[in-house]
Design a protein around this ligand. Structure first.
Ligand SMILES: Nc1nc2c(ncn2[C@@H]2O[C@H](COP(=O)(O)OP(=O)(O)OP(=O)(O)O)[C@@H](O)[C@H]2O)c(=O)[nH]1
Ligand SMILES: [Mg+2]
Ligand SMILES: [Zn+2]
Length: 320
């Protein structure tokens, strides 16, 4: 496959020449496994390891190669596996700072656009959507909100006002991944062989949409659970897929960390994101105000929770 189909261009070629050195070939990381990577070169797709030097110089986990990275690879040792010698400087990086874990995790690199997918089947949750939007805005990629499953009859999407509040500074499309014509509007985001990542809760239809955008079934999908409409975490690893129509898609698993903050009755509790964090505070009766070791204020400090939301919560708790 030509390198251009993987998203390669003159700017990457320049970076490669600056970082690549003699005897290396350019490649893109398409999957990440516990012990090795899958990479795509101009010639083929193969397994590769990272050199010890790369591991030693990577400061934190998110500096390691990840899905979407363009890398310089040594293929010269015929009998031993290919090795990634360098990661070319990223143009964007979707990085998740999981709650309670200090080490940030790279979800996808060198993405141009992120589809934040929610569904009309009851997934829609404004605080969670705002967390997703914040994550994408920090990445350097452009966020696009997709409200999927528009074909469902029991639409329980948030009020029109809620959706408007979300989408005023970013594109928003109401689609059905099962209806091919309804996703035509998404073609614009792939022009110029751009890379699009999909994020969102389990079961909202990311893999169904991936298959529809590819034009064939590359990713497994699974019915949501009958009793609560939630997904079954069908996709378990991130995967970059190249479209024959141009552009690439990174399908991802539903992000559990961003979901654990949702109380089970998400639509009832106005502050379920805050109440979901409260059990991690030092004090059972923490008001998240001036108490020491407060998990809620830590989340604000990390940028995972909106400070304005916390002050609304405190005002409400005081009865104002
Ligand atoms: N009615 C309807 N069902 C859809 C639509 N898109 C996806 N689904 C269904 O929703 C279920 C979950 O879809 P998936 O594509 O597996 O969801 P996912 O977001 O990839 O979920 P994870 O891999 O678990 O994160 C499947 O049964 C799909 O057929 C849609 O537009 N309309
Ligand atoms: Mg999936
Ligand atoms: Zn607290």
């Amino acid at each position: 496959m030509p390198l251009e189909a993987l998203g390669w261009n003159a700017r990457w070629q320049e970076k490669f020449e600056a970082h690549g050195g003699e005897g290396l070939v350019p490649a893109r990381v398409v999957a990440e496994h516990r012990s090795h990577y899958r990479i795509a070169t101009e010639e083929t797709e193969l397994s590769a390891g990272a050199t010890g030097r790369l591991r030693n110089t990577a400061g934190q986990r998110s500096d390691f190669p990840g899905v979407g990275d363009f890398v310089a690879v040594d293929l010269s040792e015929r009998d031993s596996p290919a090795t990634i010698e360098a990661v070319l400087p990223r143009t964007s990086a979707l990085i998740r700072k999981a709650s309670g874990k200090p080490d940030p995790q790279l979800l996808a690199a060198n993405i141009d656009v992120v589809f934040i997918v929610t569904s009309m089947g009851g997934d829609f949750n404004l605080p969670r959507m705002k967390r997703y939007c914040a994550l994408v805005q920090q990445s350097g990629a452009a966020p696009v909100i997709l409200v999927n499953k528009s074909d469902l009859e029991n639409n329980v999407v948030g009020s029109a006002g809620e959706i408007d509040g979300l989408g005023h500074d970013m594109p928003l499309h109401v689609i059905s991944a099962r209806v091919r014509e309804s996703i035509q509007v998404l073609e614009q985001y792939f022009t110029g062989n751009r890379t699009v990542a999909l994020i969102g809760s389990s079961g909202v239809g990311k893999s169904t949409l991936t298959n529809q955008l590819l034009g064939h079934d590359a990713q497994a999908t699974q019915e949501v659970r009958d009793y609560d409409g939630r997904g079954r975490h069908t996709t378990t690893s991130r995967q970059l897929l190249v479209r024959s129509q141009g552009g690439a898609i990174i399908d991802t698993p539903g992000l559990r960390g961003l979901e654990t903050w949702d109380a089970p009755e998400a639509s009832e509790g106005a502050f379920d994101d805050i109440e979901g964090l409260a059990p991690q505070c030092r004090f059972h009766n923490c008001r998240h105000d001036t108490e020491p070791d407060c998990a809620v204020r830590s989340a604000v400090a990390r940028g995972d929770l909106d400070a304005a939301r916390l002050s609304d919560y405190i005002k409400q708790a005081r009865g104002h």
